[in-house]
Design a binder for this molecule. Sequence first.
Ligand SMILES: CCCCC/C=C/C(=O)SCCNC(=O)CCNC(=O)[C@H](O)C(C)(C)COP(=O)(O)OP(=O)(O)OC[C@H]1O[C@@H](n2cnc3c(N)ncnc32)[C@H](O)[C@@H]1OP(=O)(O)O
Ligand SMILES: NC(=O)C1=CN([C@@H]2O[C@H](COP(=O)(O)OP(=O)(O)OC[C@H]3O[C@@H](n4cnc5c(N)ncnc54)[C@H](OP(=O)(O)O)[C@@H]3O)[C@@H](O)[C@H]2O)C=CC1
Length: 335
Amino acid sequence: MAASSVFRPGLFNNKVAIVTGGGTGIGRAISNELLELGEHRRPKGARVPRGAQSFKAQSCCVVISSRKLERLEKAAEEMREKIPPSSPARVSLQPCNIRDEDEVSAPCRRPVLPPPSLTVKALVSSVLKQFGRIDYLVNNGGGQFSSPAEHISSKGWKAVVDTNLTGTFHCCKEVYAAWMKQNGGAIVNIIADMWKGFPGMAHTGAARAAVDNLTKSLAIEWASSGVRVNAVAPGTIFSKTAMENYKELGPNLFKRSIPFSPAKRLGVPEEISSTVCFLLSPAASYISGATLKVDAGQSLYRSMWEIPDHEAWPAAPEGENLEALRELLKPPSKL
Ligand SMILES: CCCCC/C=C/C(=O)SCCNC(=O)CCNC(=O)[C@H](O)C(C)(C)COP(=O)(O)OP(=O)(O)OC[C@H]1O[C@@H](n2cnc3c(N)ncnc32)[C@H](O)[C@@H]1OP(=O)(O)O
Ligand SMILES: NC(=O)C1=CN([C@@H]2O[C@H](COP(=O)(O)OP(=O)(O)OC[C@H]3O[C@@H](n4cnc5c(N)ncnc54)[C@H](OP(=O)(O)O)[C@@H]3O)[C@@H](O)[C@H]2O)C=CC1
């Protein structure tokens, strides 16, 4: 069978992407995939099937951006080492905290080492200066800590909502205003499995549900500019950095979550990046305002949150149904 005409070689050539949180975990897998560095697609020693070759043959300029310069530098270095000399792919890094919208201080004009952490506005203008276009934005940078809602401080709530909701909004708005409004483009927002609420991480549940809704609003408002806006909602995805975020709780948290996946295993970042790249690509040219759950059905299955047995619930109204229920629950009489 002929290779799909959509996943043709060079699909992302000459395109420019910003991937927030692009140096670790899911963001790194997305960047790798856009840069054609996806050796994960093929088991070691296996021959590349004909149709699959086309999906590998993508490449573009990827700007990875997050707060921690060292992590970005290490990731960019490792990616550059893997880019074959013949490939048009390029990777660039830019420290930026997506919570900072405005240009609080003007970006440095002379080359400085290390590069300064930019605001979102400055990030976007620096990418445009360097590459001249922004075709794709992946709002992947984000996260949270685990805590029962009653113990989340106002500062902690704000940190999580500012990062995941407001940070995503800043990036969408700035990229749209500076480039996509006139030139079109595609945006993918990474959210989470918050479809049954997110007990234990209520702040992120609220923020991600809001991004799900924001995705729909922007998809409609920006359709007339040729901008597609979609979201991906991952299930529980293992990476070292994701686990380390939860400090000493991390290993147990991830291990404990395995039985709650219908797949009976955790996902890995490469199982998210393929969907993100699909949504960015022309293969998704008629998809906008959609959220794709990439969770092996986790969102349809059981919650990790344990509700202890209790008698605190308000009593049911008296009547024949309650009487019948009591009868049903009576311990069997001994013979
Ligand atoms: C198996 C279960 C997994 C479920 C699904 C997984 C989903 C994932 O998303 S995994 C990816 C995990 N990766 C990340 O979360 C990376 C990014 N995360 C962060 O940067 C932080 O978690 C952040 C979102 C809280 C932001 O951190 P930062 O800007 O550095 O803010 P601070 O550390 O200064 O904290 C501000 C404020 O927040 C409260 N707080 C922070 N951590 C905790 C904690 N562990 N417990 C309770 N409260 C916390 C606290 O109020 C902080 O202020 P101070 O008290 O003044 O420090
Ligand atoms: N792993 C999972 O099970 C799931 C993950 N997700 C979400 O997917 C995304 C990627 O997570 P994952 O790869 O797993 O975990 P990681 O911890 O590896 O990735 C989080 C990334 O976000 C960046 N980041 C965090 N805060 C900011 C900020 N204020 N400004 C810019 N960048 C920031 C971090 O870099 P730095 O610290 O340098 O800023 C890091 O690169 C996150 O939004 C996460 O919440 C959603 C559902 C499930």
